[in-house]
Design a protein around this ligand. Structure first.
Ligand code: SF4
Length: 480
């Protein structure tokens, strides 16, 4: 893990404060959240039409992903054998640097000057665009959202909607600048025209690129195929038009059979965008056959560890079940208060709050496991039943065990533990604290400055407590 990656993951609080003060961003996020939540709810309601229910499907999807995680090596070996038999090459990468080295090497051996890319979060982990550019190879993102953030020189802020933080005016300004035309006044009715403009530009890149780079939603062991689930046609262009296709994906993306893939597809698009099925579902196997007119002459799978293998068998093995649907962040009050860039590294939202410390080092992402209200919205919507809040709690425990928390926090916890073990004293102290909080309440009935913890009221008021402890209220209720 490079120093640059480590420092990206740090400083969540500073970035979060900046994002929370950005009123434009706040308005954009406010509009986006109900769309995501509403679409998923509608998509899941549609399951009943097929005689299915979320709980049953979720249990089936969880079981498939557990089976994979339990025997990861077995399924990966089977995938390698089947993919190789189909004419593809399978390479293994320990970390992001190795991914970048392998892709640049393949590109140079095949005389590649331009690579078109379909969305791949793993290529963000590997900082692949920077490595390609440094080697004189032009990377062009072709997913519309990725194209927008690439023009802006930014990282994606959401795993399925990379440019969700951008306003229409910002996109118009970017297109005008990079497509060398004057800025025009735009309304929502112009969005198809902007998409068509991007399509016309990207088409030239599809036709001239020598290499296509994609991720994979799943790798299917029994057929040696990559499954690509997209809503834009760019995925198929990237994987079939250039003469070289490189798939860069994590080792945990494996599923044993096509039937398993079909089961997971019942929940992946519904959890992500509320769709019963995505616009394009592609199964990519091997290279172009002698009698085929389309497809790459060379297909390479780069299967990446980058910290994943160490999670198998650990307290965090459940995280390997993740199918990158984005539902956890779409339902997270913290994500939608701050946006994805606050999280600093590749993965935002609750899944990022677990994955980033695990992949970049617990000591490098101290704030992220605390970026949670503990509401468990994320855990309840996860289609593979990952207990995200529990995993964040475990990370907090590990921070504490390793002495990584600030001394004031450790001292406060020690004092609380001492007090909690003395019930009489505890009741006396909490009675005093309840009265003190009541005393802080101003004439409008709110607490505006909380003396011992000023951050709590730095950006909001606190509703006043009743002035009595739970024990006192409970006793009063029993007496009544
Ligand atoms: S943790 Fe669950 S909800 Fe979040 S992206 Fe992964 S699969 Fe989806």
């Amino acid at each position: 893990m490079t120093a640059a990656v480590r420092s990206q993951a740090m400083f969540f609080q500073a970035r979060a404060a900046r994002q929370a003060r950005d009123s434009g961003l706040q308005k954009t996020l406010e509009k986006a959240r109900p769309l995501f939540v509403g679409k998923r709810a509608k998509g899941l309601a549609g399951l009943a039409d097929d005689g299915l229910d979320f709980a049953g499907l979720r249990a089936a999807c969880e079981a498939i992903r557990r089976r994979v995680v339990d025997d990861l090596d077995v399924w990966l070996e089977l995938f390698e054998a089947r993919a190789t038999a189909g004419g593809a090459e399978v390479l293994w990468a320990r970390d992001g640097d190795e991914v970048a080295r392998l892709v640049v090497d393949i590109a140079q051996r095949h005389g590649v000057t331009k690579a078109v890319k379909s969305k791949s979060m793993l290529s963000e982990e590997a900082r692949l665009n920077e490595a390609l550019a440094a080697a004189g190879i032009r990377p062009v993102e072709t997913d519309l959202g990725e194209y927008i953030v690439q023009l802006a020189g930014e990282a994606p802020s959401h795993i399925i909607a990379p440019a969700v933080h951008k306003t229409l005016a910002e996109v118009e300004a970017l297109f005008a600048q990079h497509h060398e035309r004057p800025v025009q006044a735009r309304t929502a009715a112009d969005i198809p025209a902007l998409a068509a403009e991007a399509r016309a530009v990207l088409r030239q890149h599809f036709l001239s690129a020598e290499m296509g780079i994609s991720g994979a939603n799943f790798l299917i062991a029994e057929s040696g195929s990559a499954a690509l689930v997209t809503n834009e046609g760019n995925g198929r262009m990237v994987t079939t038009l250039p003469r070289v296709h490189v798939v860069v994906t994590g080792i945990e993306k494996i599923v044993p059979t096509l039937d398993d893939f079909a089961t997971l597809m019942r929940l992946l698009p519904r959890s992500a965008t509320g769709q019963g099925i995505s616009n394009y579902v592609s199964l990519l196997t091997g290279t172009r056959g002698a009698d085929e007119r389309e497809g790459p002459e060379k297909t390479v799978f780069i299967l990446v560890d980058n910290g994943r293998a160490a999670l198998a068998g650990s307290d965090f093995a459940a995280m390997l079940r993740c199918i990158r649907c984005g539902a956890c962040m779409n339902h997270c009050p913290v994500y939608f208060s701050l946006g994805g860039h606050a999280y600093g590294w590749v993965y935002p939202g609750p899944m990022g709050s677990v994955l980033t410390p695990l992949f970049t080092g617990i000591e490098n992402a101290l704030d992220l496991p605390h970026a949670s209200t503990g509401c468990n919205q994320c855990g309840s919507v996860c289609p593979v039943n990952i207990p995200l809040p529990a995993l964040m709690h475990r990370l907090r425990e590990m921070q504490h065990e390793r002495g990584l928390r600030p001394w004031r926090e450790r001292l406060a916890l020690r004092a609380w533990a001492w007090l909690a073990a003395r019930p009489g004293l505890y009741r006396w102290a909490t009675r005093r604290a309840a009265r003190y909080l009541r005393w802080l309440t101003d004439e409008s009935g709110r607490i505006r400055v909380l003396g011992l913890a000023p951050e709590w009221t730095a950006g909001r008021d606190l509703a006043p407590p009743p002035g009595r402890t739970f024990h006192e209220l409970y006793a009063a209720r029993k007496r009544a």
